[in-house]
Write a protein that binds this ligand. Structure first.
Ligand code: PLP
Length: 253
């Protein structure tokens, strides 16, 4: 067997184990918080990983896949189109206004709606193509210049504006907390930000809360996350040779 095939087989087995581990972490955190684990959907974030590895996550029972670049989402969705069973896709990264057309789809939940211009673009595209686009409004709860999302003072207005549009449906809120300060556990640092997002969600009468990643998903589940976005703990570390959406490229599997 070639080295590459062995590597891939090893990675596929690792992904099945990763999915099991993450599900167990989610379930433990949910029970500890008196929640039903079924209230939390695992979104496996496959950025930089080849479509075959995302397919392995689906084989291991994952139903929801996330990407942070829309070009990658489109290419992988195409590559996995024949995979049996329904897949819900999640666009979790910053979206350029001009690239909104690539995300437009009622089967893609856009987590990163962060400005009126993007609302306007989705409304126009949705009207044109008869699509009601499901979205989450991303909030920069930690006011971190390195993170995307609208400011806390802008949320009410942006949510209200998006809700006025017939071709958008606002399902909830999403956040990425700031990097924890050195020596601080990720979960402990993130938890107040997650609590903040939940308060906002409740006040706005929304349903979904997209928060929690590999390092801090327990804190997110404890604070009410309904969608956790997990990359590393499912797929392993992102290598220095990312998969690129180029037909027949060196990393195409
Ligand atoms: C990459 C990414 C994740 C997953 O991060 P991990 O730490 O690898 O679990 C979650 N959300 C967003 C927006 C991401 O870009």
């Amino acid at each position: 067997m070639s080295r590459l095939v062995e590597d891939v087989e090893e990675r596929v087995a690792g992904i099945a184990t990763g999915v099991r581990h993450v599900r167990a972490r989610v379930a433990d955190a949910a029970r500890a918080a008196g929640r039903d684990p079924a209230e939390v959907t695992l979104v496996a974030v496959g950025k930089t990983h080849a479509p075959a590895l995302l397919g392995a996550a689906l084989d291991a029972g994952v139903t929801d896949l996330g990407e942070n670049r829309v070009e990658e989402l489109v290419a992988k969705r195409h590559a996995l189109a024949d995979h049996p069973g329904p897949v819900r896709w999640h666009m979790v990264g910053r979206l350029r206004t001009r690239a909104a057309n690539q995300a437009l789809d009622r089967d893609v939940l856009v987590h990163s709606l962060d400005r009126r211009r993007l609302v306007d673009r989705f409304e126009r595209l949705g009207a044109e193509h008869d699509v009601v686009q499901p979205v989450l409004v991303q909030v920069n709860v930690g006011d971190d210049p390195a993170k995307g999302g609208c400011g806390l003072h802008e949320v009410d207005e942006l949510v209200a504006y998006a809700r006025e549009q017939p071709h958008l449906t606002v399902e909830g809120l999403m956040t990425v907390p700031p990097m924890p300060p050195d020596g601080t556990a990720a979960g402990a640092a993130a938890r107040p930000h997650f609590a903040r997002l939940r308060e906002l969600r409740d006040r706005l009468g929304l349903e979904q809360l997209s928060m929690g990643m590999s390092a801090d998903l327990e804190a997110a589940v404890a604070e009410g996350a309904t969608l956790v976005r997990v990359g590393t703990a499912v797929f392993g570390a992102r290598g220095d040779a990312p998969w690129e959406p180029v037909a027949g490229g060196p990393h195409a599997l």
